[in-house]
Design a protein around this ligand. Structure first.
Ligand SMILES: [Zn+2]
Length: 187
């Protein structure tokens, strides 16, 4: 029997929702993240969590919607994923690309400049995406109880002093650049 396929489009973003709650992170990593978040809050850092656990099926949608929308991959060449009965091919290239473009804001990746990973630490509950900001020199407790002055720029998640403190908690900044991604191992 042939599978019933549904054309790609923004409605797909609701089918495999991701989480923004730390309670869906895994075991010790959850504890590490919550301790780090607590210390950052105490220091006056503004935190906006964008993503924690993400089902593999959502990563599949993000990865291929992004590549089709950026015209890096032909819609008919996308591999299938079991349990995701999506048809990326709307018959014409233009319609297929437009449908993929529609999916980007729905999946919160319309501003993403790097191709979303097809597999990531999010799929195992071992990563968190968060926007961080503050507006003056702050004092932040590391996991060993030391108070660390954060007095360099930038005042966001790319700050090297902040990244060093995160590491003491076991929360490591993504090794690439320009991304709000932290994980158990930096990947
Ligand atoms: Zn991430």
């Amino acid at each position: 029997m042939e599978e019933e396929l549904e054309l790609s489009g923004a409605q797909w973003a609701k089918k495999f929702p991701g989480s923004e709650d730390t309670r869906y992170l895994l075991g010790n990593f959850r504890l590490a993240v919550e301790d780090f978040l607590h210390a950052m809050k105490e220091a006056g850092i503004k935190i906006v969590i964008r993503a924690t656990f993400r089902p593999p099926k959502r990563s599949y949608l993000m990865h291929f919607a992004w590549r089709i929308a950026k015209k890096q991959l032909d819609p008919e060449k996308v591999p299938n994923m079991q349990g995701v009965n999506i048809n990326w091919d709307h018959g014409t290239k233009e319609k297929s690309v437009n449908a993929a473009k529609e999916m980007l804001p729905a999946l919160n990746i319309d501003k993403q400049v790097i191709k979303p990973a097809i597999r990531s630490q999010h799929n195992s509950g071992l990563a968190i995406d968060m926007s961080l900001s503050w507006n003056k020199t702050i004092e932040l407790k590391d996991a060993n109880g030391n108070t660390v002055k954060i007095n360099t720029l930038p005042r966001n998640g790319l700050n090297k002093q902040l990244i060093a403190v995160g590491k003491t908690y076991g929360v490591q900044k993504f090794k690439g650049k320009d991304d709000p991604h932290w994980s158990n191992n930096g990947f």
